[in-house]
Design a protein around this ligand. Structure first.
Ligand code: RUB
Length: 306
């Protein structure tokens, strides 16, 4: 299998590429590069290569339906075509990869446009981890001339909150970083919570960085609106058929490298936020209730079910 796919898979696994959107884009680019460099002479061997790449990339991070949907989009289009010429199939991979990326780009813009309207002058926004969709929305609000503050968690154990903090400081936004366990102490200072998502389930629950579920509960207790910014393409169709979204469990070494022997360390990367605590999902369709996610998928992305 192409070097590029292996290399991308490695970078995703090591969190050198992080966040659902960035992971999906990196995977799409890797498949495109692999297709360009293919030595396959027949449709069958080309399709086999695509499936090998899919297996490798799917295995990198368990809780990334956007990446899975992106790869599915490309492979579906190749499988649905009757074309036997490999060069034409490579061109089809390129056009599918481009159209997927364009969809993602357009949704990011639209989400930022819609979400920025919820940011009022002087607001304090609480966020967790690093979501490129969230920080893009905040940068749009800033460009619109709004002044606001951000409180961000450091996000143990991999400290993705630092990426958010750096981006916000560079944007000229007054930013306060707190340890994750200080979330309750600072929730009262916030006006609104905005987080990203890795997965959306058929019941309208949202899966995001570990700790998000607890932050949603804190926001509920403090009566602060809790919004999720996510494109519906993060929907996992398997949840409609009864499967639970699997939660990635990462190495205990991320938590403690020299831990005592026999100590059990658990390191789930994500948790579930129940729909009851979510005011709205800000997506390119507008601000929707978590209950309507399946309806949106039926209307906009039927192919996900196939
Ligand atoms: C990142 C994370 C982000 C979502 C959404 O976790 O939980 O909130 O992926 O990000 P990790 P985006 O750092 O483990 O990948 O809005 O960029 O898709």
């Amino acid at each position: 299998m192409a070097e590029k796919v292996r290399d991308t898979a490695d970078r995703i696994r090591k969190l050198e590429v992080q966040g659902a959107r960035n992971v999906a884009i990196a995977a799409v680019k890797a498949i495109e590069t692999m297709a360009h460099g293919t030595k396959a002479k027949t449709r069958e061997s080309f399709v086999k290569e695509l499936f090998e790449a899919k297996t490798t990339l799917f295995a990198t991070r368990t809780t990334e339906p956007l990446m899975r949907n992106a790869i599915k989009w490309i492979i579906n289009r190749v499988e649905d075509s009757d074309e036997r010429n490999v060069e034409t199939l490579v061109a089809l991979v390129t056009s599918s990869a481009n159209s997927f990326q364009k969809k993602l780009e357009a949704s990011k813009e639209r989400i930022a446009e819609i979400g920025a309207k919820r940011i009022r002058e002087g607001m304090v926004i609480f966020t967790h981890c690093h979501s490129s969709t969230t920080t893009y929305l905040l940068s749009k609000a800033k460009k619109d001339g709004k002044n606001f503050e951000v409180i961000c968690t450091e996000t143990r154990p991999a400290l993705q909150g630092r990426i958010t903090a750096k981006e916000m400081v560079e944007l000229g936004v007054k930013t306060t970083m707190i340890v994750d366990s200080a979330a309750r102490s600072f929730m009262n200072d916030a006006d609104i919570v905005i987080v990203g998502a890795d997965a959306l389930t058929s019941e309208g629950n949202v899966i995001n960085k570990i700790g998000t579920g607890a932050i949603a509960l804190l926001a509920y207790e403090a009566r602060k609106p809790f919004y999720v910014v996510a494109e519906p393409l993060k929907f996992d169709p398997d949840t409609l058929c009864g499967d639970y979204e699997k939660i990635e469990e990462r190495s205990p070494l991320e938590i403690w490298t020299e831990a005592p022997e026999n100590l059990v360390i658990r390191n789930p990367a994500f948790d579930v936020t129940r729909r009851d605590y979510i005011h709205g999902i800000i997506c390119e369709e507008g601000i929707i209730s978590p209950h309507s996610i399946v309806e949106v998928i039926h209307r906009r992305h039927q192919w996900i079910f196939h």
